[in-house]
Ligand binder design. Sequence first.
Ligand code: UDP
Ligand code: MG
Length: 167
Amino acid sequence: MDQAVLILIKPDGLKKSLTGNILTRLSETKLEIVAAKMVRVTQNLAEEHYKHLKDKPFFNEIIKYLQGELHDRKKVMALIYWGNEAIKKCRDLAGSTNPEEAESTSIRGSYGRITTSGVYENVVHVSSNDSEAEREIKLWFSPEEIIVDLYATQDIVHKEFKARSWA
Ligand code: UDP
Ligand code: MG
């Protein structure tokens, strides 16, 4: 079954210059990249992304982590991979959430660590099921940024629309 999956290269992955390694590992899946961009992560976006974990004791720490506050820059690389069994293939390559438990050859097992405050800095995010993938993809991307039609869209006419352009 063809599926879409949201991948985030988290701030530790970018800071450690792991982008190329991670993309190379993911290319083993032979899945297609259908969207990719660098994102400056606001607190709202981070909180919305992890909203199902709001009650966890580590919630505040992972919000700071995703926002890049532990790694100097508020940015992550967001990608959508698409193809047969995309979620399972990408999660298998990523490895377990806890980098100490992840297979040593997996992405998280190779490059992740647990911080002294207990946060799992595990380099990548991978959606864990279809409904999570859909929610996350709609949160991180607009339809025009994706080169295939993944979900239903609607046309909206904006009467007054403020946008930033090059000066
Ligand atoms: N996390 C953590 N400690 C935990 C569980 C999760 O620091 O005990 C962090 C970790 O960075 C993880 C993120 O919170 O990737 C989201 O947790 P989730 O359970 O969704 O794991 P994932 O789907 O990323 O494997
Ligand atoms: Mg998750």
